[in-house]
Design a protein around this ligand. Structure first.
Ligand code: KIV
Length: 271
């Protein structure tokens, strides 16, 4: 069924959900098929995350993901989605060099891939870049807390904002990203109280991952909730299916039947 222009989620409509007290449902996707399924389920925001590096491309972190890889997968998701807001996640070193570099690369998500917005990691230090993109007409989703593109500096992943000083810095980061014009903010790996406080302090919605129930909405990596990614399961990720087991079982059954000659049978052959 074709989606009309009126059904399409816009950044303005997404922000209105917070005002109405409706929780935002967000999920990652990396291809047209999963994008379409998430869209059919009424997911509001689909992020083509740079988690693509681990879930689909077989890297150990998000660091090796390139702009071309991200654009390729963002375009695929856009082909499958008609209603949800699609956000392309700018990879490491595609926006950190300068606001002008960020602008040139962010524009490609809208013009070449068909995305509705881009996401980039960073707090107050990234505010001038966020402002430059928004002034040029590119909607920006911010991201603070655990920032996987800084994993080498951080030396791993840890919950941020447990100490009062770091909590204060995160609150200032959130306000700076909002003031720079971001339409929403991802909070990753924050204590529940802190993300609730940030959510109340901001006008724009917050979208939490490992940040508790006090955010305006939640985002998860689709491979985690489907039980497809087995290398590690983050504590914040709840499994709603065990698709890796289902796939192994199905491919195992197929292999057995090919080996035994049971497949193809008459029903799957031609006269
Ligand atoms: O890359 C990603 O999937 C993300 C989300 C987990 C927020 O950044």
């Amino acid at each position: 069924m074709a989606t009309s222009q009126q059904d399409k989620l816009t950044v303005r409509r997404l922000c209105a959900l917070k005002k109405r007290g409706e929780r935002i449902v967000a999920l990652t996707a990396y291809d047209a098929l999963l994008g379409r399924l998430a869209d059919e389920c009424g997911v509001h925001l689909i992020l083509v995350g740079d988690s693509l590096g681990m879930t689909v491309l077989g890297y150990k972190s998000t660091i090796p993901v390139t702009l071309d890889q991200s654009l390729h997968h963002t375009a695929a998701v856009c082909r499958g989605v008609s209603r949800a807001l699609v956000v392309g996640d700018m990879p490491f070193m595609t926006y950190q060099v300068s606001p002008e570099q960020a602008l040139r690369n962010a524009a490609r998500y809208l013009q070449e891939a068909g995305a509705d917005a881009v996401k980039l990691e960073g707090g107050a230090g990234m505010a001038p870049t966020v402002r430059r993109l928004v002034q040029a007409g590119i909607p920006v989703l911010g991201h603070i807390g655990i920032m996987p593109q800084s994993v080498l500096v951080e030396g791993g992943y840890r919950i941020h904002g447990r100490e009062p000083e770091e909590a204060r810095a995160l609150e200032e980061d959130a306000l700076a990203v909002e003031a720079a014009g971001a339409f929403a903010l991802v909070l990753e790996g924050l204590p529940t109280d802190l993300s609730a406080r940030i959510t109340q302090a901001l006008t724009i919605p917050t979208i939490g991952i490992g940040a508790g129930p006090g955010c305006s909405g939640q985002i998860q990596v689709v491979h985690d909730i489907l039980g497809l990614f087995e290398d590690f399961v983050p504590r914040h990720a709840k499994r709603y299916a065990d698709l890796a087991d289902d796939i192994r079982r199905a491919i195992g059954d197929y292999s057995d039947e090919v080996r035994s000659g049971a497949f193809p049978d008459k029903a799957h052959s031609f006269e």
